[in-house]
Design a protein around this ligand. Structure first.
Ligand SMILES: Nc1ncnc2c1ncn2[C@@H]1O[C@H](COP(=O)(O)OP(=O)(O)OP(=O)(O)O)[C@@H](O)[C@H]1O
Ligand SMILES: [Mg+2]
Length: 253
């Protein structure tokens, strides 16, 4: 019986590894596509934006002016999507890696979202490890990770209000960040898919489905992992594991 169990475990592990491989291959393909196309799209976009802004300067008719504003805002939206694709593609973090205090990055990300939280009746609980957990990282990218997770939590709780808890913990090898909300949580049926590029349950025009693939790309580029699950209270819970600075130092040495 022990052998059967071991075999079952091995199978499960194999299935999991295969799923991960397929996922990273998908990301890599999208990355190649994105960097090739994004540049080509950006040039005409800038032309459209420039001409629209030029016309806006002299337009007197209010309804035509509104159309020009619509064109401008939608063009900006396209530019943002292209940008998002590029951040999924951008694997390399060289250049700006520094020792970063995770608590500071978390605080900075949250303070920029303050108005969104209060607008949606969301209370933020910060439970930050006082030993100042440090990682070797690109601070801007890690801030983006926290921002994407907090925004998702905010969107999940919008309408009903709730509590967003962010917890940092330093272990010996890893620094962990938990982002927990009190929203509806994530259906088991889609749990495997939330990190896929373009996977979204939001209405068209609201979500692109890139937020979590950007999170995964950045965390993996930093040598870390992300886990998703539902918290005891029913909301979603995302946990980041990032290599602690001292450990990565040893690897680099
Ligand atoms: N905190 C959460 N609570 C419930 N569901 C979530 C949460 N975070 C993510 N999800 C689910 O995972 C999906 C993918 O999230 P992701 O951030 O990648 O894309 P998005 O939020 O839909 O769009 P975008 O981030 O591009 O605006 C969401 O559409 C939602 O179904
Ligand atoms: Mg999102």
């Amino acid at each position: 019986e022990g052998q059967v169990k071991a075999l079952a475990n091995a199978f499960e592990e194999l299935r999991h590894t295969q799923a991960e491989l397929m996922h990273s291959e998908k990301l890599a393909t999208i990355g190649q596509l994105a960097s090739g196309v994004a540049h080509e799209i950006n040039n005409p976009l800038q032309v459209i934006l420039g001409r629209t802004q030029m016309l806006s300067r002299t337009e007197k008719d209010e309804s035509k002016m509104q159309s020009l504003r619509d064109i401008e805002s939608h063009t900006v939206r396209i530019a943002e999507i292209v940008d998002g694709l590029l951040s999924v593609a951008r694997k390399d973090t060289s250049g700006e890696i520094k020792e970063v205090d995770l608590n500071l990055v978390v605080a900075r990300a949250l303070s920029l979202l303050e108005s969104q939280f209060s607008l949606n009746d969301i209370v933020v609980v910060k439970d930050l490890d006082s030993s100042n957990p440090c990682i070797n990282a690109n601070a801007g990218q890690i801030q983006q990770v926290i921002t994407n997770l907090a925004l998702n939590a905010c969107q999940a709780m919008a309408g009903s209000g709730g509590t967003l808890t962010i917890r940092t913990r330093a272990n010996q090898d890893n620094v962990e960040v938990e982002v927990i909300d009190t929203g509806p949580g994530i259906d088991e049926a889609i749990m495997d898919r939330v990190f896929e590029p373009f996977f979204t349950t939001k209405p068209e025009g609201e979500g692109t489905g890139l937020g979590l693939s950007i999170v995964l790309g950045i965390v993996q580029a930093h040598g870390g992992t992300v886990k998703v699950g539902n918290a005891a209270g029913g909301g979603a819970c995302f946990t980041l594991y990032l290599p602690a600075a001292s450990k990565s130092d040893q690897i680099a040495a």
